[in-house]
Design a protein around this ligand. Structure first.
Ligand code: PMT
Length: 218
Protein backbone atom coordinates (compact mmCIF):
# COMPACT_ATOMS: atom_id res chain seq x y z
CA UNK A 1 0.00 0.00 0.00
CA UNK A 2 2.90 2.37 0.69
CA UNK A 3 2.94 5.33 -1.65
CA UNK A 4 -0.33 4.29 -3.34
CA UNK A 5 -1.70 6.82 -5.80
CA UNK A 6 -4.25 9.38 -4.64
CA UNK A 7 -5.07 10.52 -8.16
CA UNK A 8 -8.68 11.61 -8.43
CA UNK A 9 -9.01 12.28 -4.69
CA UNK A 10 -9.61 15.74 -3.26
CA UNK A 11 -7.98 16.28 0.14
CA UNK A 12 -8.41 19.28 2.41
CA UNK A 13 -5.72 19.76 5.06
CA UNK A 14 -5.56 22.35 7.83
CA UNK A 15 -2.19 23.32 9.26
CA UNK A 16 -0.52 25.71 11.65
CA UNK A 17 -1.88 27.77 14.53
CA UNK A 18 -4.69 30.27 14.61
CA UNK A 19 -4.13 33.75 16.00
CA UNK A 20 -7.01 35.30 17.90
CA UNK A 21 -6.63 39.06 18.06
CA UNK A 22 -6.97 40.90 21.37
CA UNK A 23 -6.29 44.37 19.99
CA UNK A 24 -4.35 45.74 16.97
CA UNK A 25 -0.99 44.67 18.46
CA UNK A 26 -1.68 41.52 20.50
CA UNK A 27 -3.13 38.09 19.93
CA UNK A 28 -3.58 34.65 21.51
CA UNK A 29 -1.61 32.04 19.58
CA UNK A 30 0.17 28.73 20.01
CA UNK A 31 3.40 27.01 19.05
CA UNK A 32 2.30 25.16 15.90
CA UNK A 33 4.79 25.69 13.06
CA UNK A 34 2.61 24.09 10.39
CA UNK A 35 5.28 21.46 9.58
CA UNK A 36 3.03 18.44 10.21
CA UNK A 37 0.11 19.68 8.11
CA UNK A 38 2.35 20.96 5.32
CA UNK A 39 4.10 17.57 5.18
CA UNK A 40 0.72 15.82 4.78
CA UNK A 41 -0.34 18.26 2.05
CA UNK A 42 2.96 17.83 0.22
CA UNK A 43 2.83 14.02 0.37
CA UNK A 44 -0.79 13.93 -0.83
CA UNK A 45 -0.05 16.24 -3.77
CA UNK A 46 3.03 14.18 -4.71
CA UNK A 47 0.76 11.13 -4.91
CA UNK A 48 -1.56 12.88 -7.31
CA UNK A 49 -4.32 14.21 -5.02
CA UNK A 50 -5.93 17.58 -5.56
CA UNK A 51 -4.96 19.29 -2.30
CA UNK A 52 -6.34 22.39 -0.60
CA UNK A 53 -4.14 23.49 2.30
CA UNK A 54 -5.80 25.89 4.72
CA UNK A 55 -2.90 27.44 6.60
CA UNK A 56 -2.80 29.55 9.73
CA UNK A 57 0.00 32.09 10.16
CA UNK A 58 3.22 30.14 9.45
CA UNK A 59 6.46 30.85 7.62
CA UNK A 60 6.62 27.82 5.32
CA UNK A 61 6.77 27.59 1.53
CA UNK A 62 3.73 26.27 -0.28
CA UNK A 63 4.33 22.64 -1.35
CA UNK A 64 4.37 22.04 -5.08
CA UNK A 65 0.99 21.47 -6.68
CA UNK A 66 -0.97 22.51 -3.57
CA UNK A 67 -3.71 25.15 -3.49
CA UNK A 68 -3.04 27.22 -0.37
CA UNK A 69 -5.54 29.41 1.46
CA UNK A 70 -4.01 31.60 4.17
CA UNK A 71 -6.11 32.46 7.21
CA UNK A 72 -5.49 33.99 10.64
CA UNK A 73 -8.28 33.16 13.07
CA UNK A 74 -10.29 30.02 13.88
CA UNK A 75 -13.36 31.67 12.38
CA UNK A 76 -11.54 32.35 9.10
CA UNK A 77 -10.12 28.80 9.09
CA UNK A 78 -13.61 27.38 9.50
CA UNK A 79 -14.90 29.41 6.56
CA UNK A 80 -12.04 28.36 4.29
CA UNK A 81 -12.36 24.66 5.23
CA UNK A 82 -16.14 24.57 4.71
CA UNK A 83 -15.73 26.45 1.40
CA UNK A 84 -13.24 23.78 0.25
CA UNK A 85 -15.83 20.98 0.60
CA UNK A 86 -16.84 18.64 -0.95
CA UNK A 87 -13.72 16.54 -0.55
CA UNK A 88 -12.83 12.87 -0.14
CA UNK A 89 -10.68 13.45 2.94
CA UNK A 90 -10.35 16.17 5.58
CA UNK A 91 -7.22 16.11 7.73
CA UNK A 92 -7.26 18.58 10.63
CA UNK A 93 -3.61 19.05 11.59
CA UNK A 94 -4.07 22.68 12.63
CA UNK A 95 -3.82 23.72 16.26
CA UNK A 96 -7.03 25.72 16.29
CA UNK A 97 -7.52 28.03 19.27
CA UNK A 98 -10.35 26.77 21.47
CA UNK A 99 -11.12 30.27 22.76
CA UNK A 100 -10.94 33.76 21.28
CA UNK A 101 -11.44 37.19 22.88
CA UNK A 102 -15.15 38.02 23.07
CA UNK A 103 -14.38 41.42 21.54
CA UNK A 104 -11.34 42.71 19.67
CA UNK A 105 -10.44 46.10 21.14
CA UNK A 106 -10.31 48.68 18.32
CA UNK A 107 -7.32 50.46 19.87
CA UNK A 108 -4.27 49.26 21.82
CA UNK A 109 -5.34 48.26 25.34
CA UNK A 110 -3.53 50.54 27.78
CA UNK A 111 -1.82 49.37 30.94
CA UNK A 112 -3.83 50.49 33.98
CA UNK A 113 -4.72 48.10 36.81
CA UNK A 114 -2.49 45.37 38.28
CA UNK A 115 -4.75 42.72 36.75
CA UNK A 116 -6.50 42.54 33.42
CA UNK A 117 -9.28 40.04 32.77
CA UNK A 118 -10.03 39.04 29.20
CA UNK A 119 -13.43 37.55 28.38
CA UNK A 120 -12.97 34.58 26.01
CA UNK A 121 -15.58 32.74 23.98
CA UNK A 122 -15.45 29.30 22.35
CA UNK A 123 -14.37 29.17 18.71
CA UNK A 124 -16.19 26.97 16.17
CA UNK A 125 -15.03 23.34 16.28
CA UNK A 126 -14.09 22.90 12.62
CA UNK A 127 -13.34 19.17 12.83
CA UNK A 128 -16.61 18.34 14.57
CA UNK A 129 -18.55 20.43 12.06
CA UNK A 130 -16.91 18.79 9.03
CA UNK A 131 -17.69 15.36 10.52
CA UNK A 132 -21.46 15.98 10.50
CA UNK A 133 -21.60 18.24 7.43
CA UNK A 134 -23.97 17.35 4.59
CA UNK A 135 -20.88 17.29 2.35
CA UNK A 136 -18.96 15.14 4.84
CA UNK A 137 -15.78 13.67 3.33
CA UNK A 138 -15.57 9.86 3.27
CA UNK A 139 -12.66 10.09 5.72
CA UNK A 140 -12.45 12.73 8.45
CA UNK A 141 -9.15 12.64 10.30
CA UNK A 142 -8.31 14.70 13.36
CA UNK A 143 -5.17 15.16 15.37
CA UNK A 144 -4.92 15.29 19.15
CA UNK A 145 -2.12 17.13 20.89
CA UNK A 146 -1.79 15.80 24.43
CA UNK A 147 0.64 16.16 27.32
CA UNK A 148 -0.67 13.11 29.26
CA UNK A 149 -3.27 10.31 29.18
CA UNK A 150 -2.91 10.36 25.39
CA UNK A 151 -5.14 7.37 24.61
CA UNK A 152 -7.90 8.47 26.98
CA UNK A 153 -8.17 11.97 25.49
CA UNK A 154 -7.61 10.85 21.89
CA UNK A 155 -10.38 8.25 22.09
CA UNK A 156 -12.63 10.85 23.71
CA UNK A 157 -12.09 13.16 20.71
CA UNK A 158 -12.61 10.30 18.25
CA UNK A 159 -16.04 9.66 19.73
CA UNK A 160 -17.15 13.18 20.59
CA UNK A 161 -16.11 14.70 17.27
CA UNK A 162 -17.43 11.68 15.32
CA UNK A 163 -14.32 11.31 13.16
CA UNK A 164 -12.87 8.21 11.50
CA UNK A 165 -9.31 8.51 12.78
CA UNK A 166 -7.48 10.53 15.42
CA UNK A 167 -3.70 10.89 15.12
CA UNK A 168 -2.45 11.61 18.62
CA UNK A 169 0.91 13.12 19.41
CA UNK A 170 2.64 14.14 22.58
CA UNK A 171 3.35 17.80 23.10
CA UNK A 172 5.59 19.33 25.73
CA UNK A 173 8.43 16.82 25.14
CA UNK A 174 11.34 17.18 22.73
CA UNK A 175 11.32 15.27 19.42
CA UNK A 176 7.57 15.31 18.87
CA UNK A 177 4.60 17.61 18.55
CA UNK A 178 4.99 21.34 18.04
CA UNK A 179 7.86 22.85 16.00
CA UNK A 180 10.02 19.72 15.83
CA UNK A 181 10.98 18.18 12.44
CA UNK A 182 10.15 14.75 13.91
CA UNK A 183 7.06 13.31 15.48
CA UNK A 184 5.50 10.09 16.74
CA UNK A 185 1.83 9.39 16.20
CA UNK A 186 -0.59 6.84 17.58
CA UNK A 187 -3.58 6.71 15.29
CA UNK A 188 -6.84 5.55 16.92
CA UNK A 189 -10.06 4.35 15.36
CA UNK A 190 -13.09 2.56 16.77
CA UNK A 191 -11.69 -0.83 17.75
CA UNK A 192 -8.06 -0.32 16.78
CA UNK A 193 -4.87 1.69 16.91
CA UNK A 194 -1.51 1.86 15.17
CA UNK A 195 1.74 3.53 16.21
CA UNK A 196 3.61 5.44 13.50
CA UNK A 197 7.19 6.60 14.01
CA UNK A 198 9.09 8.21 15.64
CA UNK A 199 10.17 9.56 12.26
CA UNK A 200 10.51 12.83 10.37
CA UNK A 201 7.13 14.49 9.81
CA UNK A 202 7.68 14.11 6.05
CA UNK A 203 7.79 10.28 6.46
CA UNK A 204 4.92 10.17 8.94
CA UNK A 205 2.78 12.07 6.44
CA UNK A 206 3.12 9.22 3.94
CA UNK A 207 2.50 6.59 6.63
CA UNK A 208 -0.65 8.42 7.72
CA UNK A 209 -1.92 8.60 4.13
CA UNK A 210 -1.28 4.86 3.75
CA UNK A 211 -3.27 4.17 6.91
CA UNK A 212 -6.14 6.39 5.73
CA UNK A 213 -6.32 4.31 2.54
CA UNK A 214 -6.44 1.04 4.50
CA UNK A 215 -9.30 2.40 6.66
CA UNK A 216 -11.30 3.70 3.67
CA UNK A 217 -14.98 2.74 4.02
CA UNK A 218 -16.00 -0.17 1.78
O1 PMT B 1 2.50 22.41 13.34
P1 PMT B 1 3.63 21.61 13.97
O2 PMT B 1 4.62 22.49 14.69
O3 PMT B 1 4.26 20.68 12.98
O4 PMT B 1 2.97 20.71 15.13
C1 PMT B 1 2.08 19.68 14.77
C2 PMT B 1 0.88 19.64 15.72
C3 PMT B 1 1.35 19.25 17.13
C4 PMT B 1 0.18 21.00 15.78
C5 PMT B 1 -0.10 18.57 15.12
O5 PMT B 1 0.56 17.34 15.01
C6 PMT B 1 -1.34 18.44 15.97
O6 PMT B 1 -1.39 17.71 16.96
N1 PMT B 1 -2.40 19.19 15.58
C7 PMT B 1 -3.65 19.29 16.38
C8 PMT B 1 -3.40 20.20 17.53
C9 PMT B 1 -4.64 20.45 18.34
O7 PMT B 1 -5.14 21.56 18.35
O8 PMT B 1 -5.16 19.41 18.90
P2 PMT B 1 -6.51 19.42 19.80
O9 PMT B 1 -6.42 18.17 20.57
O10 PMT B 1 -6.65 20.71 20.54
O11 PMT B 1 -7.66 19.37 18.72
C10 PMT B 1 -8.22 18.14 18.27
C11 PMT B 1 -8.63 18.25 16.83
O12 PMT B 1 -9.72 19.17 16.70
C12 PMT B 1 -7.56 18.72 15.85
O13 PMT B 1 -7.70 18.01 14.65
C13 PMT B 1 -7.89 20.20 15.64
O14 PMT B 1 -7.50 20.65 14.33
C14 PMT B 1 -9.40 20.18 15.76
N2 PMT B 1 -10.03 21.44 16.24
C15 PMT B 1 -9.79 21.88 17.52
C16 PMT B 1 -10.43 23.02 17.98
C17 PMT B 1 -11.28 23.73 17.09
N3 PMT B 1 -11.89 24.84 17.48
N4 PMT B 1 -11.49 23.27 15.84
C18 PMT B 1 -10.88 22.14 15.40
O15 PMT B 1 -11.09 21.74 14.25
Amino acid sequence: MSGASLAGRRIVVSAGPTFEDIDPVRFIGNRSSGKMGFAVAEAAARRGAQVVLVAGPVSLHTPQGVERVDVRSARQMREAVIAALPADVYIGAAAVADYAPAVIAPGKIKKKEEQLTLALVRTPDILAEVAVHERRPAMVVGFAAETHDVEFYARGKLEKKRVDLIAANRVGVSGSGFESDDNALTVYWAGGARALGPAPKTELADQLLDLILTRWPA
